[in-house]
Design a protein around this ligand. Structure first.
Ligand code: PLP
Length: 368
């Protein structure tokens, strides 16, 4: 029996036999609210709206069996810099960290895991499906999360721990030193999911010269590079764990076109720099545009990360927002819980449309 308990019930989230709702499902939005995918402005994901420009893929990438190519691995090495890591560390590439998340509860020692109350729900689902115990810790702000984790680990160090750095959707991010402290306090694996760290790569655990053997670092390619359809991620961790994961993934974990395209993006440092500046500039403009609305709504909790911003609304405001957004064909992400409705808005490349939408929301609010 699982010891699981959902403190923040994510109203739209599934029971164990349903699919988890993710952002970016325009077909489902059209079915629910109408319109065609082209009508919608999709702000429901944390993917960059500025994808790395994909060029034509040479025919050999489609035709040959996709063994990991030396030039792809060299580009990976240069971007993630795992050469700094201890010899006891290994790396693997796979088609999205989702594939690893589903395997982890079967491959880690059978003991409870601490999962963030707010965070990528596929972890909870994976532990639930594997019949392994999980518990939640508060993940709305760093101090209460840290206090809870310190207490839990002091009570029972024989646990695994998941940190999402930065957390999606709550945006919280712990210092590298704090992560190392928890790794030292744990008699289990500390999974650090850095799917959204690329905007601030200096904060990645991969920058440290020395890492403990009980860390497993996950990096997703699709978010910062805006190419989620490519399905590519990397894991860094102790050799025995990486080998086990590799064995379960089987041969050819990354297809040929993905290797070829990702290699271009990973090598292109000038584009990466521009991408970071573009994200920063655009998020600032987006925040400025939203500020009067958030003030009018008296939003008490908000966070922003490079690729998304989140706020907590009363259920009434959450409902009003969802209705108007659907009418305006703007797709957002909502989590309904006892504290209210958490809304996540991805980085928007179409600010004029967002400005019109914001003005309509402000005017609807002033008529309330
Ligand atoms: C925190 C986090 N980790 C992992 C994933 C899975 O990413 P992927 O399978 O594309 O690597 C997501 C997807 O949204 C995510 O938000």
């Amino acid at each position: 029996m699982s010891e699981s308990r959902a403190a923040f019930d994510q109203g739209t989230e599934p029971s164990s036999d349903e699919q988890i709702a993710h952002g970016g499902n325009l077909a489902q939005a059209c079915q629910q609210w109408g319109g065609s995918p082209a009508d919608w402005l999709d702000l429901s994901t944390g993917l960059s709206p500025y994808p790395y420009p994909v060029s034509e893929v040479p025919s050999h990438c489609w035709q040959a069996l996709p063994y990991l190519q030396a030039d792809f691995l060299a580009a990976t090495q240069r971007y993630y810099r795992p050469s700094l890591l201890p010899d006891s560390y290994s790396m693997l590439a796979c088609s999205g960290s989702q594939a690893l998340i589903a395997l982890l509860p079967y491959l880690l020692k059978a003991q409870p895991i601490l999962l963030p109350e707010l965070g990528y729900q596929e972890y909870q689902r994976a532990w639930q499906l594997a019949g392994q115990p999980w518990r939640q810790y508060p993940s709305w702000d760093e101090p209460s999360a840290a206090l809870h984790l310190d207490q839990q680990l002091a009570l029972n160090p024989r646990q695994h721990l998941l940190l999402i750095q930065p957390n999606n959707p709550s945006g919280i991010l712990f210092s590298q030193q704090q992560v190392l402290n928890w790794a030292a306090a744990l008699d289990g694996t500390l999974i650090v999911d850095e799917a959204f760290i690329d905007q601030r790569p200096e904060q990645s655990m991969l920058n440290l010269a020395s890492l403990p053997n009980n860390l497993l670092l996950l990096r997703s390619f699709g978010k910062f590079f805006g190419l989620a359809g490519l399905r590519l991620a990397f894991a860094f961790g102790s050799q025995p764990l990486i080998n086990r994961l590799q064995q379960h993934l089987g041969s050819w974990p990354v297809n040929g076109p993905s290797q070829w395209l990702a290699k271009q993006g990973l090598q292109d440092q000038e584009w990466q720099q521009q991408q970071r500046q573009r994200h920063q500039h655009q998020m600032q403009a987006q925040q400025q545009l939203l500020a009067p609305l958030l003030r009018a709504w008296q939003v008490s909790w908000q966070q922003q990360q490079g690729l998304f911003c989140s706020w907590l609304l009363t259920p009434k405001l959450g409902k009003e927002l969802a209705e108007l957004a659907a009418k305006e064909r703007i797709l957002l992400r909502y989590w309904h819980g006892p504290k209210g409705t958490l809304v996540r808005m991805g980085l928007c490349a179409d600010l004029p449309r967002l400005a019109t939408f914001t003005a309509k929301l402000l005017s609807a609010h002033s008529q309330d």
